[in-house]
Design a protein around this ligand. Structure first.
Ligand code: BDR
Ligand code: CA
Length: 315
């Protein structure tokens, strides 16, 4: 099987980290070319060091670069209430892998220039890095095959009543990406909030019995606390959906839709406005997942974790 060159672009973050657990486990499908941090769940210094430690834990050998320090226009806003002071509280991690001297955008551009195949970008944080890449190197747009995004909510929010965190953090960046004409896959809250890991799933994860599974169990034990305190039945582990849309399409039901980004609204800035009208004349600009099989999601996570004790993972 021909492997897909991918760039991991995120703000780890527990669910970003688990997305990367999947990406590395599916090594027969994905060739990880680079890992880029972005300011989001925590400030850039924290999401960068977390990226370096996750790569050390998972054995990801690709270059790692620090991405955007702040959104294009918005001030920095973090999600420490969900992800803790470090942005990835809950487990001891190994010493960080080294950081590239290149900026996140420079590393992305280098990977795109050098690749003979179209590159897929998996973005699980605010879209600042990708927007900066498109604005700085517009000629490289044709080298991007797909951008798979965790972001938005069709049609409600988690950070405000209308907007999801990754989009409200940097709406101008999201607008740039959604208007780029690049093929987009979108996992939004309507599905990722059902990518739920319940308390009873944690022991299934731990039972896999290797070091990475133990860390993931500890991450979830931390990450589940805040959502359960505000009424969720478990932890919505959003970001892996952006990896799984590419690797395990059988998990999802998808629909091609036109989605735009609200930049102005007093109550709705950062909303992903989706056109569900069958008779719409708007040309769809993304493939959105609209349903997920939650039981299979947990099963696939346990299977993927077996990659870390040397077993082959089925794609
Ligand atoms: C998104 O926001 C972040 O807190 C998570 O990592 C995820 O990417 C969910 O709204
Ligand atoms: Ca994230």
């Amino acid at each position: 099987m021909k492997r897909i060159p991918i760039i991991l672009d995120g703000d780890p973050g527990h669910d970003d980290a688990i997305a990367w657990v999947f990406a590395k486990a599916y090594e027969d499908l994905f060739d990880i070319k680079g890992v880029i941090s972005v300011s989001g769940n925590q400030t850039i210094d924290k999401t960068t060091i977390n990226s370096q430690k996750i790569c050390a834990l998972l054995g990801i050998k690709a270059p790692i670069a620090q991405g955007a320090v702040r959104p294009l226009l918005n001030p920095v806003m973090t999600a420490g209430n969900w992800h803790g002071e470090s942005g990835l509280d809950g487990a001891e991690l190994p010493e960080p892998e080294a950081l590239s001297d290149l900026s996140g955008v420079e590393l992305m551009a280098k990977i795109l220039k050098e690749s003979e195949e179209p590159v897929t970008i998996i973005s699980t944080g605010p879209l600042t890095n990708v927007a900066q890449l498109l604005m700085t190197y517009p000629e490289l747009k044709i080298k991007i095959g797909v951008i798979s995004i965790m972001g938005g909510g069709l049609t409600y929010g988690n950070w405000t009543m209308a907007a999801e965190f990754n989009i409200i953090e940097d709406p101008e960046a999201a607008w740039t990406v959604f208007h780029s004409g690049i093929r987009l896959y979108v996992s939004a809250l309507n599905v990722t909030e059902r990518a739920l890991i319940r308390p009873s799933d944690i022991e299934k994860i731990r039972a896999v019995g290797n070091d990475v599974a133990e860390v993931v169990a500890k991450w979830i034990e931390f990450f589940i606390q805040y959502p359960m305190a505000i009424g969720y039945e478990g932890a919505p582990v959003h970001d892996p959906c952006a990896v799984l849309m590419l690797a395990k399409p059988d998990l999802f039901e998808c629909k091609d839709l036109y989605v735009d980004i609200e930049l102005e609204g007093e109550f709705t800035r950062g909303e992903t406005v989706a056109d569900f009208r069958d008779w719409s004349t708007e040309k769809p600009n993304c493939t959105c997942c609209v349903d997920i099989d939650q039981e299979k999601y947990v099963k696939y996570l346990c299977e993927a974790l077996h990659a870390y004790d040397g077993r082959k993972v089925k794609i």
